[in-house]
Design a binder for this molecule. Structure first.
Ligand SMILES: Cc1ncc(COP(=O)(O)O)c(C=O)c1O
Length: 406
């Protein structure tokens, strides 16, 4: 083992091939910068896919994690623990929620939300009220239930019989929902901005219409804020800017600012269906994750931080528009806050990955959302200067791809 070369080919030898990572291997990060094994420096606009809300190695997060590590790492849910209770109290105090369930990933938080909706309907209405309505292009995780609820059948095909009674509809199409929803529907689950699905923003009227239809049919409105939550759109949670309040909300990604932790938030009347023993997870609410999330919560839920997200969005949009004016590659810059997508125009359809690779060549890390959208989800505290530097690099990347096309 001591002679093993820790290089990208080792991934292909020892790892299950369900990911296709880039060739460079990051070894260190600080704020919005990352260095690879050869000490090459990159500006990071991926934010660990909308996770590292406060950048890499934030000193206050490192301190709180280290302090907690010296006290109590894991205790199990046979006990409760102080960091979990403090975090739950903060979430309750600052959102619509009255009750919190902690999990470890977005998929697990959504699994809990969907199970809660089914159980609440079973307990209070009938066993036939089990339909879940979701939307095409939606993404809710990779457990078999959540991936089946997600809006791309190809992600759930080939794994045997799927969980049933799940209906998919067009996102932002209220007529379609009005026709489909009934008293057999127990929940409607949606993202306030479809992140993986192409950075598609919800229409406010649609969100409000979903709320009204859920009320009419006693269905729970579940907002999947795994990607949009914790400041990403410039609100603490995106629902706060939409004039609607969900019944259940899931959060993960930025909640732990890089430490794996997730939460499902809901109201007491719904939570009461998950009685002791109905649901659980070994690591959920572990003290390390909750301690980090507590500090991250305080740092993110500050007016200057949230206002900064909106200002940085404006800067990104202005600089991306300049690039587009020069090279005509995007049909649209869309999204909200620091979850932005540059959608490729007709001429560049299917080529988002080329832009990602050309950016990496320039020392810039970006994301894609499908084959047609370049996605940016940087740390919320990225410096304006770094955004400017990043866009100089991105311009070079765009130039390289367009030159190749000539
Ligand atoms: C909206 C949304 N929900 C759920 C998930 C799944 O989260 P996880 O990968 O932590 O299970 C994701 C991940 O990208 C997401 O964007």
């Amino acid at each position: 083992m001591s002679n093993t070369q820790i290089t990208r080919p080792l991934f292909d030898q020892v790892m299950v091939p369900n990911y296709a990572p880039l060739n460079m291997i990051p070894v260190r990060g600080e704020g919005s910068r990352v260095w690879d094994q050869e000490n090459n420096e990159y500006i990071d606009l991926t934010g660990g896919i909308a996770v590292n809300a406060l950048g890499h190695a934030h000193p206050e997060l490192v301190e709180v994690l280290t302090e907690q590590a010296k006290k109590l790492w894991h205790i199990s849910n046979i006990f409760t623990n102080e960091p979990a209770l403090i975090l739950a109290q903060k979430l309750v105090d600052n959102t619509f929620a009255e009750k919190v369930f902690f999990a470890n990933s977005g998929a697990e938080a959504n699994e809990a939300a969907l199970k809660l909706a089914r159980r609440f309907a079973f307990d209070n209405y009938s066993k036939d009220k089990s339909e879940i309505i979701a939307f095409y292009q939606g993404f809710h995780g990779r457990t078999f239930f959540t991936v089946t609820v997600g809006g791309q059948a190809s992600y759930s095909d080939g794994f045997g019989p799927k969980p049933s009674d799940i209906t998919h509809l067009e996102y932002n199409n209220l007529d379609a929902l009005e026709k489909a929803i009934s008293d057999k529907t127990c929940a409607v689950i949606l993202e306030p901005l479809q992140g993986e699905g192409g950075v598609l923003l919800i229409d406010k009227e649609f969100a409000q219409g979903v709320r009204a239809l859920c009320d009419k049919h006693n269905a729970l409105m579940i907002f999947d804020e795994v990607q949009t939550g914790m400041g990403r759109t410039g609100e603490l949670f995106a629902y706060m800017g939409l004039g609607v309040t969900p019944d259940v909300l899931t959060s993960a990604k930025s909640l732990g600012a890089g430490f794996p932790i997730a939460a499902m938030l809901t109201l007491t009347k719904f939570a009461s269906s998950l009685t002791a023993g109905t649901h659980g997870t070994t690591f959920g609410g572990n003290p390390l994750g909750c301690a980090v999330a507590n500090k991250a919560f305080d740092l993110i839920n500050a007016p200057a931080m949230l206002q900064g997200v909106k200002e940085k969005e404006a800067l990104f949009r202005a600089l991306l528009t300049e690039i587009n004016n020069e090279f005509s590659v995007f049909s649209e810059i869309r999204g909200a806050g620091l979850l932005l997508g540059a959608a490729l125009n007709e001429q560049y359809q299917g080529r988002a990955k080329e832009f990602l690779l050309a950016s990496a060549e320039q020392g810039l890390l970006v994301l894609i959302a499908g084959a047609n959208v370049i996605r940016f989800a940087p740390a919320l505290n990225i410096h304006n200067k770094q955004i400017q530097q990043a866009m100089v690099k991105f311009r070079e990347a765009v130039k390289a791809v367009t030159l190749k096309s000539e």
